[in-house]
Write a protein that binds this ligand. Sequence first.
Ligand code: ADP
Ligand code: MG
Length: 725
Amino acid sequence: MRFDAIAESHKRSLISIEEKGRRSEIFGINVFNEERMLQYLTKDAYDHVKTAIFTGAKIDRKIADQVAEAMKAWAISLGTTHYTHWFQPLTGSTAEKHDAFFDLLPNGKALEKFGGGQLVQQEPDASSFPSGGIRNTFEARGYTAWDPSSPAFIYGTTLCIPTVFVAYTGEALDNKAPLLRALHAVDEAATAVAKYFDKNVSKVHATLGWEQEYFLVDKALAYSRPDIIMTGRTMVGHIPAKGQQLDDHYFGVIPNRVLSFMSDLEKECIKIGIPVKTRHNEVAPNQFELAPVFEEANLAVDHNLLLMDVMEKIADKHHFKVLFHEKPFAGINGSGKHSNWSLATDTGVNLLSPGSTPMKNLQFLTFFVNTIKAVDTYQELLRSSTASASNDHRLGASEAPPAIMSVFIGDQLSAVLDELEGVSQGKLSPKEKTDLKLNVVGKIPEILLDNTDRNRTSPFAFTGNKFEMRGVGSKTNCAKPMTILNTIVAKQLKDFKKEVDVLVDKKNLKKDEAVFNVLREYIKTSKRIRFDGDGYSEEWEKEAQRRKLSNNKTTPEALKVLTSKESLALFKAMKVMSEVEIKARKDVELEDYIFRIQIEGRVLGQLMYNHIIPTAIEYQNKLIKNVIGIKEIYGAAHKTITDGQLAIIEQIGEHVNEIKKKTDLMIEARKRANVLKNTEKKAFAYCDNVKPFFTEIRYRCDKLELLVDDQLWPLTKYRELLFVK
Ligand code: ADP
Ligand code: MG
């Protein structure tokens, strides 16, 4: 009964807030957040949940029962009928299986039921998700387990409970479990280091602010293109006369129809607690961006996945299809998901933000230099986290950073690191110390934001108080890059602490001296990863090779490092992934790659045989008939009149021939790839032997598009797809 009164007043306030529509007032109204927990839970239950969130400890069954009862009361009061464990299988998107609260008692009486058992753990029998062999469908089953650190929310008429998805044998079958482990590792390592500077720090959390780019296409037109529907991108299509060369779309006036979609979307997002903030047109026609206020990384990842899902639903209502593919159209920019990352303490300090005192700046430098060092040591791993069949089109195509990892820090900080590099080793004289603190560390301005140049070509850029990872693709689940980034930084900080402690304990150095000493070594040994120039240039590729930086251009190449001895040791030491888990993940990623290229190959083959070749021949026949007719009328004098037609007939013939030849070769290459048993070899075969034909076939097809009668052309053209009003 207690719940009824709360729910009633909550509902009343919701109605009035919805009418008012002010965003700050409707923010999170459909989330079982802090405010709701305080209202609905006893003090004891509330404290338990908060402790569990803070420490990662298990919530006992009695408390879980209380929480479930409260969630149910709240959800039902808002018209919710079902609940679901919401999880992230290795497909890259999210999954859900709805169950009704409705249940029957043995006496046939109906009631609404939802207990701690259902909240804490479920067995979705989701045996068809990729598991990389961890889970044979007939043995180990998988279960989902409640993640209390990401609050439950109501979407539509369903209560969604964020969960991890693991096998009964304990291995993670999803992207969230390893992320949570990586976040725990970075918390432990960063807290220990942050304590050097402030004893009061007891927790560090990673923050993530993603920027989601996407395309909108009219739904009906999108459905007219088999390639968009099957592969998420156009596999053929000549670029329109006007693309993005006039830069008239970027930050331009948002078209009315799009604005109305965005408003609806934002309202939905705000209700379920996604703090959306920024919206604007992007560089390419029909390309847009949405960015929220940054949040704790696990929550931010959940919110990004949720956003993508909500976006598709709202787009559908507005008769749009949203394209998350990294390169839906050739000849214009593709889409990314810049991932801004930092570390924040429970005392409210951003560890990558310079402060007002030399001590605060030394803390900043410590985290700054350690991050750079981690990226240098584990550059290939970080690169692997952004690899996918679709993102291969974007990285290194002079619109997004190259596959080479480097770190941009700007002139000012480069100068600071250069000076630090010159500091003498071992004990420092009082004068040296003062000099260092006042003239080097003390010189770092508190606000760097305006001084850090926005070098758009860098894959890992420092932007004043955070690093921005720019290689992440628009479709990618940020859990992957965030798992790797936080794991490598955790490992680096742990090593750093060990080294500093040895200098303090064994060499009698003061703590700040020891910190300077170790940082100086790191600055020296990670120098090659720093690059402030043009990442798109050919010179950089050559220079990077001289510096022995990795340049893994394709997905199969990029994924190789996952199972190297060093990687396996890293994931084990940081307790992020076991050997079985990492091997399984690599397999799943490779298979995903193979399937996507395979599907693209099939779609392209069908488009050529069933759409393009018949259309080209139809038009060619029209021309042939025309030539024959003219010849009949004019006899020998026909030649000057039919020269043009004959030339086109020949051109069409040549393109059709080439298309047929290349399509057949592509199909042959696919057959050869398909019989390979080894997944890695198969992925390389698809990458090296099948994919190259796509470009050749497309080239011919796009030429035909320019020749053939517009009325006959069977595919909706770029100019029709790309200029939504
Ligand atoms: P842009 O990179 O587009 O010029 P900003 O630099 O203002 O824009 O910020 C980009 C994104 O960085 C925003 O979405 C914001 O949420 C995120 N961000 C800002 N501070 C942090 C932080 N400390 N941790 C993580 N993300 C952050
Ligand atoms: Mg940005």
